[in-house]
Design a binder for this molecule. Structure first.
Ligand SMILES: Cc1cc2nc3c(=O)[nH]c(=O)nc-3n(C[C@H](O)[C@H](O)[C@H](O)COP(=O)(O)OP(=O)(O)OC[C@H]3O[C@@H](n4cnc5c(N)ncnc54)[C@H](O)[C@@H]3O)c2cc1C
Length: 517
């Protein structure tokens, strides 16, 4: 049985120098789905090459709401199987594979004057249904407590920034929240590499068949062909550019970024009812780094897909209006310090708007034998990867072990009490779990700097540390300032903060380069 080592495994590397020319499985795309496939296949004993045209988490996987969903919205649509699957995967992530990168997230639905009796009953029923899903998935109530009703006084005490006029109380439920989506992707990629997968960024697949890929090393421009027993396409909204027979109908979801002080005292997420709509909410999601995300929208997208989608002004205005109706402070455009948008990789179906398309994933084999895995969501990546590798292994007649990922902790994972007892700085523990010590030791070793310098925030309002940036370069395959600020950390979500953090990122790259010379 293969084993992982966070310090001795393969490193994530930009470009294709030294990459194998023949493997059991090539996976294209290093979002959550592709990294999940790489980990699943490597831990079944297969040789794996996993590539991305840009970087880890370059696509949709970094633009999510950063939530670990229990599948409530599927339950509301009668999709009981999908809802159960989501709840099971949420439990696996929060209790086994990534307790260090997830936390229970209280979510409060205020019962404002705009919420009628029927809507209130639906909300209450939904939360109770969500709790049934939790129990059905055997997730304990220490991890995700039971929902309850709050009086108006309790609600105002819990969220002082709420508008109190007409407030009748609230429902308080629980779901999962990620430390960060790109951090989950990076950790899955590191774990896959630790189990022997070759993980290469800046390696674009130009053409793919079931037994080979033609690649271009984006750092050198050189092209090369790698042969494989099977090829998995995990390129999300770009999946139909590599194979025929798939039609995607992407939809854009936009979030805003606010400073924490814009809505003071906000420690729980608030689901603001959209006036005039039944069962539609705008989420206000406090983050541990001093920001709040507000989302999200659902806009069909036509035409060529951009590498980095842009939020539209009408979406920004809509989100500000809905939140302003629920909170006592009227929000304005200049409260918005950042905004980001992502494209949902939804499979085309003939019925309904994109918001009603099924979010369940699909595994499809093309005429040339490429196995495409698409749809789903971050929460269910493990199951998507398992299904895709099952199909790929069977199709190619490969000999592989059984799937192990449901019981396989990612690097740095440990039970919550163990994490709570660690002595390393809380920020590093939140982002690296038990590997916080490795991050610090390796930063000390590569830089020769003292802890005061390695652990200080790199700029005003930017809690990121030089130690993390150095680790991004030495252990996580970061190649340039963009990788460090937009994916290994998320400073880039607030452009003004990003500008102040660029010198620190450049310094980390210089220190690591000087060390390797
Ligand atoms: C706004 C929004 C909010 C969401 N919120 C949540 C949430 O809170 N919780 C949740 O569970 N899910 C959420 N989701 C869903 C989830 O984010 C996506 O389902 C998931 O991230 C898709 O991941 P992926 O790996 O399939 O695709 P991507 O992350 O898009 O990865 C595809 C990768 O393929 C690479 N690629 C493309 N073409 C090539 C090529 N030719 N060669 C090499 N590489 C290539 C790209 O660079 C990219 O990195 C949300 C989605 C959106 C849009």
């Amino acid at each position: 049985m293969s084993t992982a080592s966070s310090s001795e495994g393969r490193r994530i590397t930009p470009g294709l120098v030294g990459a194998p020319e023949e493997v059991d499985l090539v996976v294209i795309g290093l979002g959550i789905t592709g990294t999940g496939v790489a980990l699943d296949a490597a831990t079944r004993g297969l040789s794996v090459l996993a590539v991305d045209a840009h970087d880890l988490a370059f696509g949709t996987s970094r633009w999510s709401s950063k939530m670990v969903h229990g599948g409530l919205r599927y339950l509301a649509k009668g999709q009981v199987g999908v809802a159960h699957e989501s709840a099971v995967e949420r439990g696996i992530l929060m209790q086994v594979t990534a307790p260090h990168l997830t936390r229970p997230m209280p979510m409060l639905v205020p019962l404002t004057s705009g919420v009628g009796r029927l809507q209130a009953a639906i909300t209450r029923g939904g939360m109770l249904g969500g709790d049934l899903l939790r129990r059905g998935a055997h997730t304990d109530s220490d991890t995700l407590p039971r929902p309850r009703h709050l009086s108006a006084t309790e609600t105002a005490r819990l969220v002082p920034a709420l508008r109190t006029a007409g407030l009748r109380g609230a429902m308080l439920g629980w779901d999962g929240q990620l430390e960060d989506d790109a951090r989950l992707v990076t950790t899955v990629a590191r774990t896959a590499a630790a189990y022997g997968a070759h993980v290469r960024t800046r390696a674009r697949v130009l053409t793919a068949s079931g037994t080979s890929v033609e690649l271009r090393d984006e750092t050198t421009g050189r092209t090369t062909t790698v042969t494989a027993r099977t090829v998995v396409n995990a390129t999300g909204v770009w999946a139909d550019t590599l194979v025929d027979g798939i039609t995607l109908r992407p939809s854009r979801g936009t979030h805003l970024v606010l400073r924490r002080e814009t809505l003071p005292g906000l420690d729980v997420s608030v689901f603001c009812p959209v006036p005039g709509a039944t069962n539609r909410f705008v989420m206000v999601l406090p983050q541990p780094d001093g920001t709040i995300y507000v989302g999200l929208t659902d806009e069909p997208v036509e035409g060529p897909l951009p590498d980095v989608p842009e939020p539209s002004e009408p979406e920004i205005g809509f989100l500000l209006d809905v939140v302003s109706a629920a909170f006592s402070r009227q929000l304005h455009r200049d409260d918005v310090v950042g905004a980001f948008a992502g494209l949902r990789p939804l499979l085309h179906s003939n019925d309904g708007a994109t918001s009603d398309l099924s979010r369940r994933h699909a595994v499809l084999t093309s005429g040339t034998g490429v196995v495409t895995v698409v749809g789903g969501k971050l929460t269910t990546y493990r199951r998507m990867a398992e299904d895709a590798v099952d199909v790929a292994v069977a199709g190619a007649g490969l000999v592989a072990g059984p799937c192990r990922t449901h019981e396989l902790p990612l690097l740095g994972a440990a039970p919550r009490p163990v994490l709570a007892a660690l002595e390393e700085p809380a920020r590093l523990v939140r982002r690296f779990g038990t590997d916080a010590r490795l991050v610090l030791d390796s930063a000390r070793e590569v830089s020769g700097l003292d802890d005061a310098e390695l652990l200080a925030p790199v700029a005003e309002r930017v809690p990121v540390t030089l130690a993390e940036l150095l680790f991004g370069v030495t252990h996580e395959g970061a190649y340039d300032v963009d990788d460090l600020l937009d994916r290994r950390t998320r400073v880039g979500l607030v452009p003004a903060d990003r500008a102040t953090a660029v010198p620190a990122a450049a310094r980390a790259l210089e220190i690591a380069a000087a060390r390797s010379r």
